[in-house]
Ligand binder design. Structure first.
Ligand SMILES: C[S@@+](CC[C@H](N)C(=O)[O-])C[C@H]1O[C@@H](n2cnc3c(N)ncnc32)[C@H](O)[C@@H]1O
Length: 239
């Protein structure tokens, strides 16, 4: 597939025009080119064989379609509201949260390892006339490094990794919000196949926040058949 000329966001916030390399994806729903933008240490080949990418691409390709319903935590966070500024949606999937933030005139950086999910999101964003406000970043979040404390809202739902959380905290701008939802260890009862390291420990993620963060809301979500989760919304002091 030939390269495509795209506008992407550089780590220092500048917008650059770049020529991408060709994009390959498994068969499935699809379809618009994805801007390979952002900061990542892994090379293309490394990401191509990454087990998380393969697993999630297969899931999204098998699904009958994305709902694009915004996550409730995104709705709550955006209604606080965050101060002016961009939003980062981490492990975004085909994200209704990204679309909601973009519709609220926010610039959004949407990061995920699954190019299938990013294509689904790109297609829906184009249909809604929101594509120009969204920078899609295909990256392994464990390698992703934000360009400083610049996001008015950093959101992550449906994903947990302590090291990624530590990185995400550094991306929140003074006065900005951090919203996170993930499985708790209680989810292992409903989903014995779940990896324990994907689950929040007691008191997490609030206990991992550094000085300067105030927890606005934390709620444990019922132990449904999909597994128990905890959602937290916190605000960083203006400094
Ligand atoms: C349960 S889905 C959550 C999607 C969306 N945030 C939501 O709440 O509906 C988990 C997402 O994490 C992404 N993901 C898994 N491992 C990842 C990694 N190492 N780096 C970046 N994204 C990853 C998957 O591709 C998937 O889109």
């Amino acid at each position: 597939m030939p390269g495509t000329r795209l506008t992407v966001q550089a780590p220092d916030g500048r917008r650059l025009e770049v020529l991408t390399s060709g994009v390959t994806a498994p068969a499935g729903p699809a379809v618009l080119p994805v801007a390979w933008a952002g900061v990542r240490d892994a090379g293309d080949e490394e990401l191509a064989e990454h087990p998380d990418r393969l697993r999630w691409n297969a899931r999204y390709a098998e699904a009958s379609g994305a709902s694009f319903v915004p996550h409730p935590l995104a709705v709550r966070a955006l209604s606080v509201p965050p101060p002016d500024g961009p939003v980062a949606d981490l492990a975004c999937g085909p994200s209704g949260a990204t679309l909601l933030a973009a519709a609220a005139r926010r610039e959004v950086t949407a990061v995920d390892i699954s190019d299938v999910a990013l294509r689904l999101l790109a297609g829906e964003a184009s249909r809604r006339g929101l594509r120009d406000r969204i920078t899609l970043v295909q990256a392994d979040l464990r390698e992703w490094r934000p360009a400083g404390a610049r996001y008015a809202l950093v959101l992550c739902t449906g994903y947990w990794d302590r090291a990624v959380f530590a990185t995400a905290v550094t991306a929140v701008a003074p006065g900005g919000l951090l919203g996170w939802e993930a499985f708790t260890a209680g989810a292992l009862r409903a989903r014995p196949g779940l990896c324990p390291q994907w689950c929040l420990g007691e008191g997490e993620p609030g206990s991992l926040l550094g000085a300067g963060f105030e927890i606005l809301d934390v709620r444990d979500l019922p132990d449904s058949e999909r597994g128990a989760k905890r959602a937290m919304l916190a605000r960083l002091a203006r400094g």
